[in-house]
Design a protein around this ligand. Sequence first.
Ligand SMILES: [Zn+2]
Ligand SMILES: [Zn+2]
Length: 370
Amino acid sequence: MTSKRDYYEILGIEKAASDTDIKSAYRKAAMKFHPDRNPDNQEAEEKFKEASEAYEILSSAEKRATYDRFGHQGLGAGAGFNDVNDIFQSFGSIFEEFFGFGGGGGGFGGGGRTRARRGADLRYDLALEFEEAVFGVEKEIEFERVAACTGCSGSGAKPGTARNRCKTCQGVGQIRRTQGFFSVATPCPACAGEGETIEHPCPTCRGRGRKKVERKMSVKVPGGVDTGLRLRVSQEGEAGSGGGPAGDLYVVLHVKDSDRFVRDGNDLVLAQQISMVQASLGAKLNIKGIDSEHSLEVPAGTQYGHRITVPGAGVPSLKGVGRGDLHVEFAVVVPRKLNREQRDLLQKFAEISGDDGAAGQSGFFQRLFD
Ligand SMILES: [Zn+2]
Ligand SMILES: [Zn+2]
């Protein structure tokens, strides 16, 4: 067994050091011995591993207590790191904190760790027939979107080659400049902040890792929708980058007018013409609703604009329970032309009603139904 240095000694701290002291001591050591800052320096790498091992033990209250009581022997042979990459795997978030960049990861991992970014949301405008909106429909839609390149599985590197850590920023994705007291970070110009560069770009996507593709899919539109409503289709937007999730697709609905019905929320209004005689004497009518037939009793003396409501014959509720109503609204049609016999009869009708025929606007129906 090789002799190991004391963990407190490695980090240059007291036995009574607080968690904050331990972290800041490790930060100092990591900054100094980080392999990216000491390329091909075996000694620095060993120091980096040593400091990381010390930090791993001392940052855990349980392991630290064991170490304090029993020393290295208490921890067994498992402690320590063989590979620098294991350190990045275990402490990835610590490095982000240390070096001041957030988000989905940093280039310090030395390959395999790229910045995850969510793809953009997309909008698709979908036109629906009136009845389709009322009862729901399944629609095929087709649109263009950015997807991960199939040639390189989104990496952008030619199959068989890998992305390289950016030499300009050492994989950090940022360039730090110190100005007086302040340290200013700007995105690395060489890698556009990705932390990685591609030496051999994928020929299919020319290194972008993403490609425009046609997407065909079917969308289920529930009954009861109306113009302006947006349906969210999860993860059908543009592809994310660096392993990030895809954006969402929003299907925005536009419902065409009906030539028979006017929609009022979940209610339907149907304009039904009736003749002057039907309005006066009353009538029985068969009305075609949107998906049903109704026999309606038009009362004698029905006025223009009078409504009869058929409950539950309107638009199904989007919530899945119940339906709106159907309102049948009557429009009384006055004949444009009368033949001689009709005119004589109406003339007679006017005489009986006490109308002089010329001024008729007040008395005609009023008197009939008094
Ligand atoms: Zn590609
Ligand atoms: Zn760079």
